[in-house]
Design a protein around this ligand. Structure first.
Ligand code: 4NP
Length: 152
């Protein structure tokens, strides 16, 4: 059975699609399934934001075929690890947890890089292109740590 990892942000169009593409590229497709979702459903069915698609392409990743969807309580049963981009996402995910086992699956993603510091991946939606490169670089480093943990 493959290990299943879910990346979660608010809209599932900026941050978590990048996190999905970045981690997927670091892991074997036979052994891991990486997906993403948003705590909000407004963008369900949409492709990632053009700026996320562009920064991914610049780094050699194609995320253009992803489709946004809303996180739901069923995801706790489906996934082994759930990574939140910021504290708001983290709290919204936990509010849907049904038991302790669900809760222990959820981690703020940058705590993999900076343990215990609760550093957030900033929402780049209302900013410029620089914000997307910054988010990409943070997620790339965090996903290096996650991939190493999951494969050793
Ligand atoms: P994301 O960014 O959570 O990284 O996908 C956002 C995208 C859209 C909105 C907010 C955040 N929005 O309010 O529509």
């Amino acid at each position: 059975m493959p290990t299943k990892i879910l990346m979660v942000c608010l809209g599932n169009i900026c941050r978590s699609p990048l996190a999905e593409g970045i981690l997927q590229a670091k892991l074997s497709k036979n052994d891991f399934i990486v997906d993403s979702a948003g705590t909000g459903g407004w963008h369900a069915g949409e492709k990632p934001d053009k700026r996320s698609i562009a920064i991914a392409k610049q780094k050699g990743l194609d995320i253009s075929q992803q489709k946004a969807r809303q996180f739901s309580a069923k995801d706790f049963k489906e996934f082994d690890f759930i990574y939140a981009m910021d504290m708001s996402n983290y709290k919204n995910i936990l509010s849907l947890a049904e038991n302790e086992a669900d809760k222990t699956k959820v981690t703020l993603i940058l705590n993999e890089l900076f343990p215990g510091e609760n550093v957030e991946v900033p929402d780049p939606y209302y900013g410029g292109v620089d914000g997307f490169e910054n988010v990409y670089n943070m997620l790339d480093k965090a996903c290096d740590v996650i991939a190493e943990k999951l494969t050793k």
